[in-house]
Structure formats: C-alpha cells, structure tokens
Write a protein of this length. Sequence first.
Length: 289
Amino acid sequence: MRITGFDYQRVPVADGVALDVAVAGTGSPIVLLHGFPQTHLMWRHVAADLAADHTVLCPDLRGYGESDKPADTGETYSKRSMAADVVAVAKAFGHDRFALAGHDRGALVAIRAGLDHPDKVSHLAILDVLPTLDMWDVLHGAGAAVGFHLYLMAQPPGLPEQLIAGAPDAFFGHFLDAWTRDGDAIPADVRAAYLEASRNAVPSIVADYRASAGIDVEHDAADRAAGNRLTMPLTVLQQDWGAVLGYDAAALWRAWATDLDHRTVTSGHFMAEESPSEVAKALRDLLTR
C-alpha cells in the first residue's frame, strides 16, 4: 500500500542498501520514521497534513517494508547505521538539515540521529519510547512482561527467528491488537499490509531488536558517560507507562535533552493513526520553536 498523493523513490543509502521513500509537499523538510510492526504507511494521515506546507519524507526503515534487508553483521541494524541511512535519504533530496520525527523503533533511530548528527537534525519528535538505556532500566519484575518481545528478540540468532516465523501473523498481530485503543484506526487493509511486510522481514526485524540489547546499549552508554545530550528542540509524546511501571518519564527525558516539551497522550501506542490531528499539531508546534 502507498500513501495517496505521495511519490515513491528508491534511495541508495549505503553499500548494497537502498530505502523505499515516499515524498510529497514543498517547504522545510521533515522526515517521519515508522515503528513496529509497521511501515511508513503508519504516517499516512500526519504526512498528508504536513505536506500542505512542508517537504515530507517517509522511508521504510532498513530491514522493513519495501526497503532492503541486508544480512546482519553485528552493526548492520545498529541505530547508528540506521540513523546514517536517514541522513543519506535527506541529502538525496537536497536537504542537509531537516526536522525528524520517529515512532517506536523509528524513534530510537531518530534519537541516535539527534546524538550523532546534531548539525543535521533541526527539531526532533519522539513518539512513545524511552531511550534504549532507560527502556531496559525500567523493565523489571512482573511489569516487564509487557516487553516480552524485547527479551525474545534479544536472544542469539536462530531461536527467535524460528519461533516468530512459525506463526508470524499471530505474533505481529498481537501487538497491533494489544497496543491499540481504537481498533478502527488500523483498518483491515492496512493491518494486512503490516502483517505481510512483517512476515517477509522476520530476520531483519529480529536483528533490529537484537541490536537494541547489544551494540545500541554500548553506543547510548558511551553518550551518557560523555555527557552528550540532544540539543535541538525536542517534543516527546508518550502514553503514561510511567504510572504502570513506576518511573517518571519526563525526568528520564530531561537527562537527555536541553529543550524538552514532554506530553502525555490518552491514545494507544499507535497514536499517529489513532490521534493524527493531535500528533500533527504537536509536530507543527515543535517546528515553531
């Protein structure tokens, strides 16, 4: 499936890796990165809204959707590598500096882009994740069961891929159901597209998650030790997971950001589809800062 009114291009971003990118609009650029278990299609409502006065780029992440899915070498799916993809996409369309918004897995890529490329990312929006180090720190006790997939896909290559490939629609469909408060926000054709895309990308999706239990932790820990922070205007939209798991989300984010607008939302995890007007407004507010 494609976003109505958007053009599509294949953009080389690294040796042997190209991303499928939807693009529309004119004006200052913003790149939108999708989450799990989705594709760029999750931004369809917000992207159409923003394209009225911005150049909007919506890639499928490396390893997802119609983008290339290279074999994992240990660093292939690090958020550092995936963030470099994003910078390459923007440059291919003539933008050396751009705003960036990410949801879920895409948000982790966006955080890394903000830390690694502060001269490229003018504004940053993060939807419903914590930075990798904090994510692992807050998952403890019985409450950690909500993140069972994180632990499953952190295991060495072989078992996670085999288990998920045995019933991919049940696995990926679980999250589309459990994380959505408004089931109508993901209609049957969109759901089918997400399931097909995920079914065809099990090894690379697992590699993306495995990186977040390994090399991504190393990179984040190095930034924390060095005192590196996100210096661009940052907006974070999150469900109130802190109330469930016992942490102060805004306080965790303040340790990483110098200019933070933290907002708690009432929609489910897939907020760009459940509350697209709220998300679009938050992004427009961010871009005025």
